[in-house]
Design a protein around this ligand. Structure first.
Ligand code: KG4
Ligand code: ZN
Length: 348
């Protein structure tokens, strides 16, 4: 039995969790900073890192207490070392190093996006029962968060090939910006979803950017179209629900269509959704309804940032004997890599 402490501080959540063998969550503590950033309509980096400093030790102590274990019971300490905000990442990485070093435990640096993918291996995660098969690879993962929108092909654990990415805004960023435009507050994704419940998704024809590259995304045109629409309409009687529903339909149509196309082209066994935007009810429903293969999606609370997903991703690295050195550094624009790329870097 391997217990891993997963620490996550890449953005605005201070999170720590203890996970057994990459799957069973023994504790999962998240200190959210949403209220602190809400007045700014987005994450304020300086405030985020200062708050992480205040919260990191109590959050880790709570995670150990909830799991009923001590540092000596751990098999490893895992931490997000990128991508993310430099000052925020540093708090997690330095704390993880101190705990691992002082307790003579392996340190494992994890890519935040890899963590989002591995939320799907946590036991709480739901399986679409349509046609579930044991065979899990190859698979297509759609990672959609506040900072990223990527379509990734995985042929084995911890082995990633990026097929497409956003060329401008991330999906979550588009949700957040349009929510601000509509006066719906921060974070925008859940607010737009809520407003859209009573709206008509066909009320306004907002653009879907298909692009020549089939797996890349662009959401800035959609954002601008929403801005022009709001300016054109009467502000006193803005049809917020209809705009929110039309925007949500436009963005999720593109995410679903491109993911399914990638799944078909690569003859994959399943599709995984990951990242904060994967909490979106329309995206989840449409993907399950339209996908020709089973779809795995973490429950909404595991789609957003948490430490359990970091501990889960780390377990497969630990199984292969992979460790990080004490010189592990934060990499604000860290990319997902294939096993070969990681091996080449370690060798040279
Ligand atoms: O993965 P995450 O917690 O943090 C990053 O790594 O960025 O994702 C946060 C993003 C925010 O942009 C938020 O608006 C979006 O996920 N989000 C949603 C929903 N819940 C969170 N977007 C659409 N619908 C939701 N229900
Ligand atoms: Zn995230």
């Amino acid at each position: 039995m391997a217990l891993i402490l997963g620490i996550e501080t890449s953005c605005d959540e201070t999170a720590a969790s203890v996970v057994e063998n990459g799957r069973r969550i023994l504790s999962n503590v998240v200190a959210s900073q949403i209220d602190l950033h809400a007045p700014y309509g987005g994450v304020f980096p300086e405030i985020a890192s200062r708050e992480h400093v205040l919260k990191i030790i109590p959050v880790i102590e709570d995670a150990l207490k909830d799991a009923g274990i001590a540092f000596r019971d751990l098999a490893a300490v895992a931490v997000t070392h990128g991508p993310g905000l430099a000052g925020s990442l540093l708090v997690g990485v330095n704390t993880a190093k101190a705990i691992a070093f002082a307790n003579d435990k392996p340190l494992i640096g994890i890519n935040h996006l890899e963590g989002h993918i591995y939320a799907n291996w946590l036991e709480l995660s739901t399986k679409d029962t349509k046609k579930h098969e044991e065979k899990i690879f190859p698979l297509i993962a759609l990672i959609v968060s506040g900072g990223h929108s990527e379509i990734v092909l995985m042929c084995a654990h911890n082995d990633y090939r990026q097929l497409g990415h956003t060329i401008d805004d991330a999906a979550g960023e588009a949700f957040d910006k349009v929510a601000r435009l509509l006066g719906l507050g921060f974070p925008g994704g859940p607010a737009i979803q809520k407003a859209a419940e009573t709206g008509d998704p066909n009320a306004f024809a907002l653009p879907r950017a298909w692009l020549t590259d089939p797996y890349n995304f662009s959401f800035s045109g959609l954002k601008t179209a929403a801005l022009h629409l709001v300016r054109k309409l009467d502000n006193a009687a803005l049809p917020v629900a209809d705009i929110a529903a039309s925007f949500q339909a436009a963005i999720t149509d593109v995410l679903v269509e491109k993911t399914i196309r990638a799944a078909q082209e690569h003859h994959v066994a399943q599709i995984l959704l990951a990242g904060g935007v994967a909490a979106n009810a329309r995206l989840r429903a449409q993907m399950i309804a339209r996908a020709p293969v089973p779809v795995l999606i973490p429950p909404p609370q595991l789609c957003v940032d948490n430490g359990a997903m970091i501990a889960s991703a780390a377990w497969w690295h630990l199984e292969r004997g992979e460790r990080s050195g004490w010189d592990l550094d934060v990499v604000t624009s860290l990319r997902l890599q294939s096993t070969d790329e990681r091996g080449q870097k370690a060798n040279g």
